[in-house]
Design a protein around this ligand. Sequence first.
Ligand code: NAD
Length: 464
Amino acid sequence: MNPEAEVAITEQEIQELVKNQRQYFRSNATLPVEFRIEQLEKFRDLIHRYEDELYAAIDKDFGKSKYHTQLTEIFPLFEELEIAIKNVRKWVKPRKVSTNLLNQPGKSYIVPEPLGVTLVIGAWNFPYNLSLVPVIGSMVAGNTTILKPSELPAETSRVMAKLINENFDPNYLRVVEGAIPETTALLNQRFDKIFFTGSPQVGRIVNQAAAPHLTNVTLELGGKNPALFAEDAAVDVGVKRLIWSKFVNSGQLCLAPDYVLVHKSIKDRVLERMVHEIKKHNYSVENKNFVRIINARNFDRVAALIDPDKVYYGGETNREERIIQPTVMHNVSVDDAVMQDEVFGPIIAVLEYETLDEAFEIIKSFEKPLAGYLFSNDKTTKQRFLSEIPFGSGAINDAVMQITNSNLPFGGVGNSGMGRYHGEYSFECFSHLKSILEKANFFESDLKYYGHSDTQMKWIRALS
Ligand code: NAD
């Protein structure tokens, strides 16, 4: 929450806000496609107008550079806005499907309808991306929206509140800043959709709060994402991609590879290349693109996972600056502290394996992760990895980059979440797909009214 905020919003004000948004939604103001496009274009123009403030705020919060913020936060926002504006006319149209014989003469189609008043709760690690991309989905689908950004990056929360609250009708789109008390007050209200990004622990709280109202929930959570280097892996290019995806945002990325399973025969080479890539790309404090750990609590949590006896490279920390040097740990076993929970920081744990079965067993001993990565070109290994290992999304011979393709749905499975978004999936995520059968009136068979003989039942079965 913005520490300079004069007063935190009261429960009564939240109640009033939700009531007003519901009234506004019921007025049908958000339904016309022209309205949606107008609001999305306005949003795009505002992001352009506030761009410098957005960069300054995130730099202040955790030392994230303009270049880094453009790449991982602002460009994806523009991309999602462009896709939404370009396609919304097509998406809102009824989608025709074929009609079974029993319902002839007639036609069948699906009408997407907005859900109503939605609540988006954001996480801190990519504060603009993870708060505003779901908001775009809610807008394009024709809902009203309340956004509660994470309170940890206080400046980015403040600038999002300013951008939205000074420019949009609060009955349509509003930012409510705050921490647990404000989020709890919001969750006490009845929403038509809650979209949450954060930890599985808080995901459970959100799901429980939604249950009494039977509110539709999307949970974007985390987990321990495996990266598996098979015996045949293309080590040089694979490690180059792995190291970028692990240390971008200092490992504070839900999709980041959490631990690496490396076949015994290539382990030494993989470790050497990891160090080579870390040094080459200057993943260090001197690099102005180096991102700090968000706060002291997370610094302490991540730093405690470093076992000095198992450090292969890195391991230095600076609590005052909230800096943890990119760290590679080797000879790691599943019992080590670094393997107990999601790392969510710049430490990569390397485990050695001999057989694929052994590696798969390790992966499957954890909850279903948000992402899975395989480095191999072997047909059988790829096929086994894809069919035997459950995970939300993934990549072969790369990591994290699947998120940049808006044609791919983004979401978790089991403990890493439920529901999906991005591109057209965002539109669907915030819509109900209403199924319609429309009958013609010139003919009505008597079959279903009087179909009580075996022959008639056979006909009904055949026509169904
Ligand atoms: P978090 O669960 O601590 O916080 C997320 C949001 O929930 C914040 O807005 C916070 O204010 C609110 N919150 C926290 N405690 C609450 C409580 N007791 N009651 C109600 N609301 C509460 O998560 P985080 O620390 O912001 O993010 C880290 C986690 O999020 C990691 O597990 C990571 O993997 C996951 N994550 C997932 C994705 C994804 O897209 N799947 C993206 C980023 C982060």
